[in-house]
Design a protein around this ligand. Sequence first.
Ligand SMILES: [Zn+2]
Length: 296
Amino acid sequence: MALEVITHIFTFMPIANLMEFASMCRTHRIWVLQYINQRKDNHLAKFVTSPTYLLHAMRITSSVISGSFALAMLLPAADVAWGVADLDIYTNFKSYHRLIIYLLREGYTIRSTTRRHSPVCYSNSAIRKVMTLDKQTRSIDVIISAFKDSTIPIFHFHSTIVMNYVSADSLFSAYPRLTSQYRALVNPLSLPQSHVNGPSCAMEKYRHRGFRIPTWSERNTPGDPHTCENNMSCPRQIRATHDRGSLRLELDIANVTDTADNEGNKVVLWRFGGERCVDGNQEDIYMEPYIIHEDM
Ligand SMILES: [Zn+2]
């Protein structure tokens, strides 16, 4: 089969299926990585003159991209009709200025700087500051972590849909199975109920994109029995960034022999929290989320 036909088939496959195909042999793995890297570069080329320079800037500032861009990378390309109009780059206080200088040189101007808690979309205690930069119709949010690790705010999010990121050389998803099924968990302790069901920026745009919040009975689907605290998609489960429920894909084609985490990223432990998976005691229906990481 011609490579262009295979690449066309790839556009209908979610990331989990692509990884399964890639695991069959080295050639498949190279095809899949080339496809994913090309897709990433095509997205980034809408924002900067050289995706290679942006990835370099991300590498030296330990920055990652989350939000719609990272979500799009997990879903089949043929499904992502909504496009990506903005970029959310997560960085840290130590090196954010280098990223800002790079973006200013790319022709972006700073529209606003807000402290944490200001916009509803970023109501997150792990965020120190958000800077929004514009260039014509493009917009980039630079989100500065309150910790040394740029990725920590991503683990504080109220919904599993947005717990994904793309680094210069890898792709990570905390809930790849749920996300590829267009399902999401929302923690009402992290997000006011009015924002879960109301037209807030937090959930509404994802609902438009076909995501829904499964009820408890839907969580217990045939073929995927839900055993609480023993299921990676359970909000009560204690999770870690390197566990079997997480998706971690190294995108560096030169390092194609294994899937090991060679980035030196710190391990983050978390419990999503929220609604209990069992009926019963109505007085205690929500569990607190928690996050444990080395910067604490
Ligand atoms: Zn459960």
